[in-house]
Design a protein around this ligand. Structure first.
Ligand SMILES: C[S@@+](CC[C@H](N)C(=O)[O-])C[C@H]1O[C@@H](n2cnc3c(N)ncnc32)[C@H](O)[C@@H]1O
Length: 379
């Protein structure tokens, strides 16, 4: 897929949407649209979307309670009533019913008729079912407690008036990290559980079999390296990460099926040289963690160690992803703001950075779930 080049003039569609938005800003227009039978469904949908935007933080806390109380797992064996669950959940029947009704309204749970005593039964909903055996998502939901605290005053955060944030403390390499809560174990575990999905996206879009030696920079505890090794049996594997994380990676890789082919190098890419000899380098969810100065420096360093036919693969959630714009632009935009550095970039921005670093022929690959990560290969 060719990377689209940026344009500046608004398209006709954008111009028309702008005119319509200005009309919608008038209270009289909204009232008329709600009253007129043909526009009423649109007006209702819009009002509902606006309410969801207002109430999203409440929905997230219903989700957190559902995960913490392991409701989906409890309902796996079959539908239950609020009365039956209340004792296990250590709350009154009325509270259990409140939670179950909230979960059902959000598709986490679903109504399932009544028991012999006439009590309403609740079973797994479509979204609740997706939480089972999905440690990446449940770890992320728990992790969001920190982000939730940091976003309490978003304007202060945007103005840089929030002081030390919980997320900057959590990620040891974040700018201004205090290091107090910087447990590489905790954050590497969070990364590792979700890395399976990202690895699947990369490996379905690009075959590593044509390569000889892979260097995974910022490889965490090696989940991608293990998946890459399984997909390309002849590939030599090197992981480069900060020394504390490299220690964890060494342990994880030693017990993996790729132990014989894998090497781990501890170092800091802002200060140390990168290992040489690789003909393919991967940056999986690494570039977006860093501001432009560090990101550009890293790309130039990679360019220097790659042979002329070498490839760099960048995979991470990107801004401007069609069908998933809020993921890159709103969620990751504010996540990195709270972290104190980095940003989700569009494929076009990354393409320009790659060309400035000396890469030619950058290509955005097609992968099944662009919301999870988009994949760029550069030569
Ligand atoms: C968001 S994690 C991604 C880990 C892994 N690639 C994944 O997708 O699960 C970013 C990784 O980059 C590493 N990292 C950050 N700054 C680094 C630096 N200056 N030098 C080496 N590694 C660094 C972190 O330790 C961490 O493992």
């Amino acid at each position: 897929m060719r990377m689209p080049s940026p344009t500046t003039a608004p398209s006709f569609g954008e111009w028309a949407r702008d005119r319509l938005a200005r009309l919608q800003a008038k209270e009289s227009f909204r009232r008329a649209a709600g009253a007129f039978p043909l526009t009423r469904p649109i007006a209702r949908r819009r009002a509902r979307s606006l309410f969801d935007l207002c109430a999203g933080f409440v929905y997230s806390q219903v989700l957190l309670a559902t995960v913490r109380l392991r409701l989906p797992e409890r309902l796996m064996a079959g539908p239950r009533s609020a009365a039956a669950l209340a004792l296990e959940l250590d709350m009154t029947e009325a509270s259990a019913e409140r939670l179950l009704d909230a979960g059902a309204s959000l598709d986490l749970l679903a109504p399932r008729g009544r028991d012999a005593g006439g009590r309403r039964l609740y079973g797994l909903g479509a979204l609740g079912a997706s939480l089972i055996d999905n440690p990446g998502v449940t770890a992320m939901i728990e992790h969001h407690g920190l982000l939730y605290d940091d976003l309490r005053d978003p304007v202060a955060l945007l103005r840089g008036e929030s002081g030390q944030t919980s997320l900057a403390n959590y990620w040891p390499y974040a700018k201004g990290a205090g290091g107090a809560a910087a447990s590489p174990d905790a954050y590497s575990a969070l990364m590792a559980v979700s890395q399976r999905f990202v690895a699947a996206e990369v490996l379905s879009a690009y075959s590593l079999r044509r390569h000889r030696h892979l260097l995974d920079i910022g490889g965490g505890t090696g989940a991608f390296l293990i998946a890459a090794g399984a997909a390309a049996p002849g590939l030599r594997l090197t992981l480069f990460d900060l020394p504390a994380v490299a220690g964890l990676a060494r342990r994880a890789l030693a017990q993996s099926p790729v132990a014989e082919r894998a090497e781990v190098v501890g170092g800091d890419f802002t200060a140390d040289s990168l290992p040489t000899d690789a003909d393919v380098v991967t940056l999986i969810r690494v570039l977006h963690d860093h501001d432009d100065d560090v990101a550009n420096q890293l790309l130039r360093a990679i360019r220097r160690i790659l042979p002329p036919e070498g490839r760099l693969i960048i995979a991470e959630p990107m801004a401007g992803t069609e069908g998933a714009r809020p993921v890159g632009d709103a969620y990751f935009g504010f996540y990195f703001l709270a972290m104190g550095g980095g940003r989700a970039r569009t494929p076009e921005t990354i393409g320009s950075m790659l060309r400035a670093a000396g890469f030619r022929r950058t290509r955005l690959l097609r992968n099944p779930m662009p919301m999870v990560a988009r994949v760029i290969v550069a030569r």
